[in-house]
Design a protein around this ligand. Structure first.
Ligand code: 173
Length: 329
């Protein structure tokens, strides 16, 4: 190496040095918080999508500050174990529904029974009461609820004359348990990932599921009827592990909360249209409606709510009645 070469190299090195060193220091001082997230619903399906949108928005708008690392869907953590995963901090964030963790907090199922919109529950103390219960029993913070205005239905592959399910075996989650039991059904509790196999093997003659999502995993091909009216409203929530949450910088908590509530509001605005288009798609796929009217309709809806609340008040005699007062219409 000639002297001239050496000098030039030295010059280049010193010229670059501050430029290299500064961002490195900068990055170390503000290294982003990484949060591990899991979803009870399979990637890309109806009830995974809002969570996926949220993670994308957080990672974009929180770049350099916070990064959500998605660890997987129901194959990574089985749906009925995700409550424990959030409680113990195996994951920091979760997308799940109350009926998948009734083992920890049976009260959370009251979300599906509420007839008040989320913005009202946030004002009347209902959300606060639920958040307190989730903190105590699940070590979780409730960030936002998706699924408002999406009803649940009973789907069948045989005719049904009225609100009497005797002789039928129905796939459920705890969402429908009290209601369908009361109407005389035999129940098979499964995660969403096992519904298709249960239908294919004729283990069940029908299943409970929301108005949306039956096309995601191919169930429409094994579905002949949808029973109307729908009942309850879907609740799929974003939860955070409370212990981890308390350690997060204020601006990170504010961003996660703001973007979650923003989606909650979008859901309230958009879901009615989504439901109508799903009904049309079901009709186009040859799924007929069994529409209960008059007394049958009245019994169907009355028992859905009566049995749902009875189950919660039995499991949680202290907090159940308080939630009912705040949540029911
Ligand atoms: O049917 C279910 O597994 C269930 O309870 C549910 C809840 C919310 C969204 C989708 C399904």
């Amino acid at each position: 190496m000639t002297l001239r070469h050496a000098r030039r190299r030295l010059l280049r090195a010193t010229a670059l040095a501050p430029a290299l060193a500064l961002p490195a220091l900068h990055a170390r001082a503000q290294s982003p918080v990484t949060l591990r997230a899991a979803s009870a619903f399979q990637e890309g399906t109806a009830f995974a999508k809002p969570f996926e949108t949220w993670m994308t928005r957080v990672n974009e708008q929180g770049a350099g500050k916070v990064r959500i690392q998605f660890v997987g869907g129901p194959r990574a953590i089985p749906p009925f174990e995700i409550g424990n995963a959030i409680r113990t901090g195996v994951v920091d964030l979760a997308n799940t529904t109350a009926s998948f963790y009734t083992n920890l907090a049976p009260e959370a199922d009251a979300f599906k029974l509420t007839q008040r919109p989320m913005d009202e529950l946030r004002r009347n103390g209902g959300w606060e009461a639920m958040n307190r219960i989730l903190g105590e029993k699940v070590n979780a913070v409730h960030l936002a609820r998706m699924g408002e205005s999406i009803p649940f239905h009973l789907y069948l592959n045989r005719e049904l004359a009225g609100p009497d399910l005797k002789g039928l075996t129905i796939r459920v989650s705890p969402t429908y348990r009290a209601f369908f039991t009361h109407l005389g059904a035999n129940l098979v509790n499964t995660a969403p990932g096992e519904v298709l196999t249960a239908l294919e093997r004729n283990v069940v003659q029908g299943y409970g599921w929301p108005a949306s999502g039956i096309f995601d995993l191919g169930w429409h091909e094994r579905t002949r009827f949808r029973v109307d009216p729908g009942f309850y409203q879907v609740e799929v929530s974003f939860l955070a592990n409370l212990t981890r949450w308390r350690t997060l910088p204020e601006d990170v908590k504010a961003l996660l909360t703001r973007l979650a509530v923003e989606l909650e509001d979008e859901q309230r605005r958009d879901n009615k249209i989504l439901v109508e288009s799903e009904y049309r798609r079901q009709e186009a796929a040859g799924i007929k409606t069994i529409a209960f009217e008059g007394a049958a309709r009245e019994t169907w809806l009355r028992e859905a709510y009566a049995q749902g609340w009875r189950e919660i008040e039995t499991a949680a005699p202290q907090t159940g009645p308080e939630l009912r007062r705040l949540f029911a219409a």
